[in-house]
Design a protein around this ligand. Sequence first.
Ligand code: BGC
Length: 379
Amino acid sequence: MRKSVFTLTLIAAAMGLTACGKKEEAPAPAPAAPAAAPAPAVLVGLAIPETHVERWVGDAEYMKKDLEAMGYKVDVAFADADQSKQNKQIEDMVTKGAKAIVVGSVTEAAAQAVESAKKAGVQVISYDRLITGTDAYDYYLTFDNFKVGQLQGQAIKDALALDTAKGKNITLFAGSPTDNNARFFFDGAMDVLKPFVTSGALKICGPAPTNSADATWSKITTEGWAADKAKARMETLLSGACKSVKLDAVLAPNDTLARSIIGALEQDGKYKTLPVITGQDGELLSAKWIMEGKQTMTVFKDTRVLAKGTAEAVDSIIKGAAEPTLTVKARVDTTTYNTGKKVVKSFLLEPVAVNKDNLTKELVDSGFYTADAVAKGTK
Ligand code: BGC
């Protein structure tokens, strides 16, 4: 035992000597500090209102991709046009630590969730639809919604040659009364059409509001932008108020509703040639129907651009910029969009009217759809 202790001591001494002998050499490099763990990606929530209208799936997809490319982690939730469901989704995003939430709301009741998000220090951006009834957020990105309606009205005016025509018949549809946009679309369309209603060149069959503030506006709205509701209403008009007239046009606020209205007209059998029918969103099946002459037009809103601008706005506000900096082309509007609690600074993108003549240019050449998908009406 003693011996072995002695031996060990010798070995230790020898090692010490060796160490001393090395003293002159360059010190061994300090062991590399353990690589700093990358900061966890900041979470951004996308609260998207619904999927029964095709565009929203794209909105979510484009924004997710853009935000991920900027290094964010993205949580997407679709609300199935149910505001209480969306409010839970927003609360959930706040709990998970989202720093910003992009909200395409369903109804004004979104305000509650937006206000609690704000209290928790989360910034909200109103997306496409104005969140009304609150001042708990600062920015809104959308398309020029009044212009969307004007483009629809203009298409009807041109197709029916209203400047010279007399006694043309139209029936009116509007979007969901819970969606602030629906009023803008309708008022934009009537901005163009009302003078012809007044002059008698255009006659309205069924309820005849000429402004969304008119009491009869609620009679032409389509709760939840539901296609079956629009179809049922068109059937009722065809067998009732519009039975004895030949409709020359139908003001339809978007493609989903336009197609269901076309379905009712086809089912009715009276129309060998369909009336002029407007739309919005540039949905794939509507694009096919426009090429076939079943639907007259759509309003294309390039949601790739809206998504990109929104991702840029999110990035700006998360980084604490005084104002969002966007590279996409948007008109800043500080007067139009009033939530009832404040006028929100809005960034408006330009919508484009699309008919048979420019559909390929706008929807195919721009890379939004392939020519094959348009021909099939599906991806
Ligand atoms: C959007 C339209 C869409 C509609 C139904 C509106 O708020 O702006 O693009 O067709 O909602 O989802």
